[in-house]
Design a protein around this ligand. Structure first.
Ligand SMILES: Cc1cc2nc3c(=O)[nH]c(=O)nc-3n(C[C@H](O)[C@H](O)[C@H](O)COP(=O)(O)O)c2cc1C
Length: 261
């Protein structure tokens, strides 16, 4: 037996693809419960669950998210939309409720508030929980799509969802029954393993190796000003308007997160 088909979990991982077109059928409460439960069973740093999940039920909010997340209409059509928040606020509210700052002062110990490291740790927690839901949903026939653009427009998202200082929306997921026949789904290629998996030390690549890396990828250029695939990717993704908005928004979020009161 091929190791890729060793068991049902591995098969699900290998046959998953992002689903952006959903049947309008709502998910049952039981299905939503299973999805949330699978998030909460994910590994979490120190078993502290540095994340929260907002289920966006309000259709007006979904419509607004279409616009604030780079005009992606499938958000408003998804029967289930979850925002995964990196969340240190709950713990710091708990610390204050437990008189931790006063206790630290009385024993001469520094009381530290969340910094960049806490933000990254909380993002790890939130993303690991999010991915558990993707696999769980897939295993019960429900497709999903990450919306990375939720990290844009931080000011609007804070206001929409009442997000305090130490809460950052690191990712969003749309879920629903796929419109497309599962037998017709396209499983996208990945780069060859040698470009991703290293033993003991990091490796950088030269021009010839990069051509090999992209060999199995489509060669079509989408951007008019691009002369090659590297330029096409940069102009379409890394250097695009949405990436610039991400950059601005995340800078604001990090500055606010680390700002001392
Ligand atoms: C962090 C992250 C952000 C993403 N953001 C979006 C998004 O905003 N919109 C979208 O349609 N797909 C988004 N995707 C889905 C990717 O485009 C998709 O995973 C990729 O093209 C590979 O396709 P596959 O998931 O079918 O293998 C995102 C995926 C990840 C992991």
């Amino acid at each position: 037996m091929n190791v890729r088909d060793l068991n049902d979990v591995i098969k699900i991982i290998n046959n998953r693809c992002t689903v952006r077109a959903y049947e309008p059928t709502p998910l049952s409460q039981e299905e939503i419960e299973i999805i949330i439960h699978s998030a909460m069973r994910a590994p979490t740093a120190g078993n502290m669950m540095f994340y929260s999940i907002i289920e966006v039920k309000d259709q007006e909010k979904k419509e607004k998210l279409v616009k604030t997340c780079d005009n992606q209409p499938h958000i408003a059509k998804a029967p289930l939309v979850l925002i995964f928040l990196a969340d240190m606020q709950r713990w710091y509210d708990y610390y204050v409720a437990s008189s931790v700052p006063e206790r630290c002062a009385s024993i001469n110990q520094m009381y530290r508030t969340p910094d960049e490291s806490d933000l990254l740790l909380a993002c790890c927690d939130a993303l690991i929980a999010a991915q558990n839901t993707v696999i769980t949903a897939e295993s019960i026939g429900i497709g999903s799509c990450y919306i990375g653009d939720i990290i844009e427009n931080i000011e609007t998202h804070r206001e929409m969802f009442n997000l305090p200082k130490w809460v950052f929306p690191i990712t969003m997921l749309c879920y629903g029954y796929p419109k497309q026949d599962p037998s017709k789904r396209i499983i996208k290629s990945r780069f060859p393993k040698k470009f991703i998996h290293f033993i003991d030390t990091y490796k950088r690549f030269n021009k010839e190796e990069f051509s090999e890396m992209f060999q199995i990828f489509e060669k079509e250029l989408y951007v008019e000003n691009a002369e090659n695939l590297g330029q096409d990717y940069y102009l379409r993704k890394t250097g695009s308007a949405f990436a610039q908005e991400m950059s601005r928004s995340v800078k604001v979020a990090i500055q606010d997160w680390i700002k001392k009161e």
